[in-house]
Design a protein around this ligand. Sequence first.
Ligand code: NIG
Ligand code: FE
Length: 412
Amino acid sequence: MRKLIVNIGELATPFGRNAWGGADQKKRVERYRHAWLLLEDGKVLSLGTGDPGGIARVPGTEILDAGGLLVTPGLVDAHTHLIFCGYRQNELALKLQGVSYLEILARGGGILSTVSATRLAVSEELFEKARKDLDEMLKHGVTTVEIKSGYGLDRETELRQLRIIKRLQNELPQDLVATYLGAHALPPEYKDNREGYISLMCEEIIPEIAREGLAEFCDVFCESGVFTAEETRRILEAGKKYGLRPKIHADEIDAIGGSELSKEVGAVSCEHLIRCRESGIAAMKEAGTVACLLPATSFYLGADYAPARAMIEAGVPVAMATDYNPGSCPSLNLQFVMNLGCLKYKLTPEEALTAVTLNAAAAIGRADRLGSLEPGKQADLVLWDAPDLEYIFYRMGSNLVKTVMKNGEVTA
Ligand code: NIG
Ligand code: FE
């Protein structure tokens, strides 16, 4: 089935099958005025500018009119925690009194309060909530989503969360990528037995996840009062032994060596990085790690913003994601993240586009097949109610998506 999209006002896309840092994060973006895009069997076949000529007359070609608007690749949200029950609106008052995120966690609230609610929830409830969220994300232009476990912490609930991701994958159009984040907090029943919980993850849960093929990545919240760098290394090495590729929640609140570990463990991505030091940037550069930054979390926590410009200038590819979760970022709107990327990180619109498409795809091991609109890649795209690329970074607070295509089909 061939589809020809004509009358595209601007077609903006990065090019490549890997993440780009340095000057390439901007330079590898092409912006075509008056463009057309030809799709076949869910993939991009070719693209060009001006009159598509004979291509439009090939029998069986369906013609779609973009109405002079902007087209970009489908957005990739490379970091979410969306399988949970237990929003925490009760913490708003504590936040307003100045109680910190880690203090709320230390008092048994925060992540642990969502863990209690998630353990009690029936699978159907978790599934339906996630399905609704993913549907809303699709309407916001997000065609690929990474989802972490980490609100079960016990064997049964962690596996349940990951199995729900599998089920969602069968029923929803988006590509979903699963990450095991058992090391999200120390479960209350192991409060006085860290070693016991770490062994349980490394020796029982990880092997079981691998046997069932339930996750591709393993992540650890490497943070003061949560897991140390040494524990992080141990858990990620155990994951690698079973084929789970490493990711690290690093330097979010304190720099305790998380990003520096990227080189040693060969992390695919480091996430957050608000407090990332030069040594962390150097380690990520050497390891080819993607820095996955989460500016809406900085916004919500009232924290600083990660040193995105320093990372790009050092040649580390920067991706951006929502971090959608019930504590530090109760928002699934990647368009807001795009605004913050320009306004707070000082990324150019081209750099920010790469951050939520190709570099985000690389952060979840998908840059070979999605994240850009070029021949051979999946036809995942967004038609924006916008005349050009600048507009979607400049406007804020409205959903600017007009139409979403996933694998060449209109899905929203
Ligand atoms: O990425 N930092 C750790 N995990 C999440 C927050 C989870 C929560 O508060 O429920 C994050 O910010
Ligand atoms: Fe997170």
